[in-house]
Design a protein around this ligand. Structure first.
Ligand code: HEC
Length: 162
């Protein structure tokens, strides 16, 4: 091999080796805590994305669309099952993460999971109302549905404007 090629090959090998070593070391606990926090917040962001149009329909800022209401409610039901899972994935208490999750979540996993299940059931109930296609019937069920979000926030999220 010409010298130049040898040098290039050798330096590429070093890069590969360094990558392999760092992959083997894996993320630090601090990095894992940041990722765990971002992942659970991603679930909540998607809950918000799906709830937004439904709330808009109730306020009159979004035209009523029963199909969208039902579809989004079913998505929320599905996403709600990830809430307890993402908190069980890692207890991030004591790590330097930006979060609105209250520490008591990890002391009360059963109650926390119950509140997520209450959201699941409320979302299914709302989806069934939306399946009737009737505006008044559908939007009449929004208070109970949205209440399942607020009920958990009241206990387990830092108190802000909700
Ligand atoms: C079982 C408890 C629980 C339920 C049910 C729940 N939330 Fe939350 N929510 C939380 C907690 C805890 C946080 C703070 C997460 C964090 O910062 O680590 C949060 C944060 C959020 C955030 C902020 C996400 C971000 O970081 O940008 C939004 C938006 C949100 N929730 C919307 C909703 C909506 C909409 C519903 C109902 C469809 C809902 N949540 C139901 C517990 C819950």
């Amino acid at each position: 091999m010409p010298l130049r090629t040898t040098i290039i090959a050798a330096s590429m090998f070093c890069v590969l080796l360094a990558t392999a070593i760092s992959a083997e070391e894996g993320p630090t606990p601090e990095q894992r805590a940041v990722t765990a926090t971002e992942n659970r917040q991603a679930v909540f962001k998607l809950l918000g994305v799906n709830m937004g149009p439904i709330v808009g329909m109730a306020r009159g800022s979004v035209p009523f669309d029963a199909e969208v209401a039902e579809r989004n409610a079913r998505r929320i039901a599905m996403l709600s099952t990830m809430i307890p899972e993402r908190f069980a994935a890692m207890d991030t208490r004591g790590f330097d993460v930006t979060t609105e999750a209250l520490p008591i979540i990890w002391d009360n996993p059963d109650d926390f999971a119950e509140k997520a299940k209450a959201l699941h059931d409320a979302a299914i109930t709302f989806a069934e109302l939306a399946a009737t296609g009737e505006q008044a019937t559908t939007l009449g069920g929004l208070r109970a549905f949205g209440g399942a979000c607020g009920n958990c926030h009241d206990t387990y999220r830092v108190d802000d404007d909700d």
